[in-house]
Design a protein around this ligand. Structure first.
Ligand code: PGA
Ligand code: ZN
Length: 420
């Protein structure tokens, strides 16, 4: 049968800005049929050591965070390599960029230059086929059906995302109640309004962190948990049944030479101390998931954590894996965790992200597709989440446009799929 290929004819890049006001890279890709796609690169605040490198200009302009070099690389180095290639050949295009870069962490071309092209390729292919992005991405996941996720919403935020707040980075609620995504959103919002009242009563300002969660002057790392339980109850839901809590401790940010420093609790803990701390938290609060409880290069520590708590909660690796298929395989072999966070820009291409999602699914590792601290209104990962059918998404608070853009996208996808 004659298969028509659709060639890439132009690629432009532009320095744009993310939700923190930092420069990031945007790509505009054109096909021979006139289709144009756009993609924006998301960027983290708490980086994992093994992430693909986000190429920044350095120097004095925009505090060194400019991406003019990456823009130049997209237009003058990557574009000539993939121009004329078939837009539907995502694996070959990604492989070409990976080979041409030739480094383990994409430091020559920059993960930001590579990923923004990779995402623009997938979007253009979907547009060219006149199907929504999630349906196109589904072709990479032929086994599972399409599935709307449970949103893990950051309601209170600390760590590197919010000065003066908790030592831990994210306190999330997960609505298990609700028959579909729209209902889960409604439930989450009812709780969010109650939390806002509680926040005001505690004389916190309504300041929010980088992902839109309330960021107040907490008395201890447990205070946000008490507040979440209170808000869930005030909204008329049952903590632990209707609504569960998820945490991202992002512990590499308060780890130093074998010790975890928790100034908000006046505690310094070793690895075993950290595991016992988590054990106590899950005894006292309806927590079903804890991310990055252990320092990112301490595989043994993660193994111990999973051995101790893995049958009760999701022990999630984010900075541990950085969405890298090779590190995930290592984690599966060594039983380091039972869950993984998936972020496109940690590994740096759509194809490698898909590979990690597939490995997770084949090995019964729970995956959650996630935002970064620095986002734009680009909602690529919401479509990816539905296509992979992994069942969980982290897109921050129901507040701030770049966060709500993903939830709103999921509402439209659900409508299109006719799930009500
Ligand atoms: P980051 O935060 O984007 O700063 O890495 C998100 C997370 O750790 O899950
Ligand atoms: Zn994390």
């Amino acid at each position: 049968m004659f298969l028509k290929i659709m060639k890439i004819t132009a690629i432009q890049a532009q320095e744009i800005y993310d939700s923190r006001g930092y420069p990031t890279i945007g790509v505009r890709l054109t096909l021979e049929n006139g289709i144009v796609s756009f993609s924006d690169y998301p960027s983290g605040s708490s980086y994992g050591n093994h992430e693909s490198l986000e190429l920044k200009d350095g120097g004095r302009r925009l505090r060194g965070k400019g991406v003019r070099d990456a823009v130049h690389i997209v237009e003058k180095v990557i574009a000539p390599q993939i121009m004329g290639m078939d837009v539907e050949n995502q694996p070959e295009i990604d492989a070409k960029m990976i080979d041409f870069d030739g480094t383990p962490n994409k430091k020559r071309l920059g993960g930001n230059a590579i990923l923004s092209v990779s995402m623009a390729v997938a979007k253009a292919a979907a547009l060219s086929k006149r199907i929504p992005l999630y349906k196109y991405l589904k072709t990479f996941f032929p086994i599972n059906g399409l599935k709307l996720p449970i949103p893990l919403m950051v309601f209170i935020e600390g760590g590197k995302h919010a000065d003066y707040s908790s030592d831990f980075q994210e306190y999330m609620i997960a609505p298990f109640a609700g028959n579909n995504f729209a209902e889960k959103m409604e439930i989450a919002l009812e709780i969010y309004y109650c939390l806002k009242e509680i926040v005001k009563k505690r004389s916190w300002s309504l300041t929010v962190g980088e992902e839109g969660g309330f960021a107040g002057k907490v008395c201890s790392n447990e205070e946000p948990l008490e507040m979440l339980v209170l808000a869930i109850e005030r909204a008329g839901f049952i903590p632990g049944k209707d609504i569960k809590i998820a945490l991202d401790l992002a512990s590499s940010e308060f780890y130093k030479q074998g010790k975890y420093y928790l100034p908000k609790d006046d505690k310094v803990l070793d690895t075993q101390g950290m595991i016992s701390y988590c054990q106590n938290l899950i005894n006292d609060y309806p927590i079903f998931s804890i991310e990055d409880a252990i320092y990112e290069d301490d595989w043994e520590g993660f193994q111990k954590m999973t051995a101790a708590l893995g049958d009760k909660i999701q022990v999630v690796g984010d900075d541990l894996y950085t969405t890298n298929p090779r590190l995930l395989q290592k984690g599966i072999r060594s039983k380091a965790t039972n869950s993984i966070v998936i972020k496109l820009n940690q590994v740096g291409t759509v194809s490698e992200t898909v590979e990690s999602l597939k490995i997770a699914s084949e090995n019964k590792i729970q995956a959650m597709v996630s935002q970064r601290a620095g986002e734009t209104e680009d909602s690529f990962f919401a479509d990816l989440c539905v296509a992979s059918a992994c069942g969980q998404i982290k897109s921050g608070a129901p507040c701030r446009g770049e966060r709500i853009a993903k939830y709103n996208r999921l509402l439209w996808i659900e409508r299109e799929l006719g799930i009500r």
